[in-house]
Every structure is written in structure tokens, then in C-alpha cells.
Design a protein around this ligand. Structure first.
Ligand code: IPE
Ligand code: IPE
Ligand code: MG
Length: 260
């Protein structure tokens, strides 16, 4: 430090730190699965082919997450803003969700995956709503991996929805604490978000888990979603393991907390 006006006892932080093994695997990973359209277009194919390839990748990432010991995996499949896409693409995605759900649910159940949807699924057609209800019911007692599909999900919707639930439950409520608001979010039953991954090169959150990401570790990569394989997930988890989560404290404080 070159500023001589600073008192002597302020030193630059030491950067080395240790993490115990258990903290190296994130308990809750969320992924913005972006880049399907560009993946297909780069191959001279229709965008919808990218979505199809994306489903195959999702299957691989679910399997790998289970093997890594991740407790909760949240995949952003369709945002509340994605309705604005061309009608043909939206319809294709709805069909794809039904087909993929009906096809995968038995395998998920066999591996004791508990499936839940986050978002306003009441906007979906009856066929899709029925597939969702059936899949959630079939897997409700499973306890290996929690797989959460964010569909017609928006972070702002989630917050407003939580506040509205609280207002309905407590007429005349005059203030809301962070804990109370948190308790009515779509993710309230899940461990706190540890790692938020976005594939596809864009560096933005696109109205995903905006409240929950407040202290999540962020990981952005250029790999398009249909190319994001088990090895890519491992790279993200390795990067996470090297991070020091300080939550406003100094590095030394965190290290001392860990040594206790
Ligand atoms: C993400 O891939 C999938 C959904 C939003 C359903 P995109 O379809 O956004 O792919 P790009 O970003 O256009 O390449
Ligand atoms: C975010 O991707 C939504 C999903 C991955 C489901 P988008 O492709 O819709 O995000 P923007 O529009 O580029 O921000
Ligand atoms: Mg996109």
C-alpha cells in the first residue's frame, strides 16, 4: 500500500484461505440455460433444434449434480418474459416440456429425484399443467436431489407474489421483514442459493432469482447450453470451491470463523 496517509495498522488483506471439504460442493446450484438458439443457428438449423439439444444436456447435468452430492438444482427453463418470443417457438417449447417431462419422470423417480416447478404454472395449457402435477406427485417423497424447474418464473414476480401472500394472510400487516418475505418465495423450502451459473456468454441475470442471488457466487461462461457437459459443470464447481464467501467480513475473519 503506497498511501502514506493511512494508519500503519491497515494492511492489504491476505488472499490465501482454506475451505473445509463440505463447503466445496455447493448445496444449491441454479443455472440460466442460455444459448440454445445460437447453438442451432451456428449449425444452420432452426432455433427449436437447439432447445431439443438443450433438454439432452439438462438430463446430463441433473445426473452429474446428483453424483456430485448437490442437494438442490434449479434450472431456468422459461422466463416470464419468454412469452414475447415468436408464437411458433413458444408453442414448440410447451410441447417439448410435455414430452420431456413425460419421458424423463420415471427415470428421475428411479434415481429418487424430487421434482418441483417454480413459477406461475397456471398460465400453461392444461396438458402441461397435468404433466407437471403428475410428475410432482410421483416424486414427492424422493430425497436424493431436489430438481426445481423454473418455468414462467420471474424474480420480480416471485417477490411480489410473496408480498401478496403475506398481505392475504395478515390483513392490516404494517411491515414485512426480510425473513418473512423470504419465507413466501418460491424457493423457501430450498437451501440458500450458493452458485448461480449462466451459460451462453451474456453477463446478466435476466430476472432470474434476483432476491436469492444476493450473496450467491456468480459464474458466467461462453459455452452455449447444448455444449455444457459434465466437465463444464465440474469446472464451475471447481471455481466455486476456490472462492471465499465473505458476506461483508474480512478474509481474516472468515478464516478465523472456519478455524473455530
Ligand atoms: C435459452 O436459450 C432457452 C430459453 C430461453 C427457453 P435461448 O433460446 O435464449 O438461446 P439464445 O440466447 O437465443 O441463443
Ligand atoms: C433467460 O434467457 C431465460 C432462460 C434461460 C429460460 P433469455 O435468452 O430469455 O435472456 P435474455 O432475453 O437474453 O436476457
Ligand atoms: Mg437467450
Amino acid at each position: 500500500m503506497t498511501d502514506n496517509n493511512l494508519p500503519d495498522n491497515i494492511e492489504p488483506n491476505a488472499t490465501s484461505h482454506t475451505l473445509d471439504e463440505a463447503n466445496k460442493i455447493p448445496k444449491h446450484i441454479a443455472i440460466i440455460m442460455d444459448g440454445n438458439g445460437r447453438w442451432a443457428q451456428a449449425r444452420g438449423k432452426k432455433r427449436t433444434r437447439g432447445h431439443k439439444a438443450g433438454v439432452e444436456r439438462a438430463r446430463e447435468i441433473v445426473e452429474t449434480s446428483g453424483k456430485l452430492g448437490v442437494e438442490s438444482l434449479t434450472l431456468f427453463a422459461f422466463s416470464s418474459e419468454n412469452w414475447q418470443r415468436p408464437q411458433e417457438e413458444v408453442s414448440y417449447l410447451m410441447e417439448l416440456f410435455v414430452i420431456a417431462l413425460n419421458r424423463e419422470v420415471k427415470m428421475l423417480n428411479k434415481h429418487s429425484v424430487k421434482l418441483n416447478f417454480l413459477g406461475d404454472t397456471s398460465a400453461f395449457n392444461n396438458k402441461l399443467q397435468e404433466s407437471i402435477a403428475k410428475a410432482e406427485h410421483l416424486t414427492k417423497d424422493n430425497d436424493k436431489l431436489r430438481l426445481n424447474i423454473a418455468a414462467n418464473y420471474g424474480g420480480r414476480w416471485d417477490i411480489v407474489n410473496s408480498v401478496n401472500s403475506l398481505l392475504q394472510e395478515n390483513a392490516g400487516i404494517s411491515s414485512i421483514s426480510e425473513e418473512l418475505l423470504d419465507s413466501r418465495l418460491a424457493t423457501s423450502h430450498l437451501p440458500p442459493l450458493d452458485l448461480l451459473i449462466r451459460t451462453g456468454g451474456e453477463v446478466r441475470i435476466s430476472n432470474f432469482l434476483i432476491w436469492q442471488a444476493a450473496y450467491a457466487e456468480l459464474y458466467f461462461c461462453d459455452t452455449l447450453w447444448p455444449d455444457f457437459d459434465a466437465n463444464e459443470l465440474q469446472k464451475a464447481v471447481d471455481a466455486y470451491a476456490k472462492r471465499q464467501r465473505r458476506y461483508g467480513k474480512t478474509g481474516e475473519q472468515v478464516q478465523a470463523d472456519g478455524d473455530e
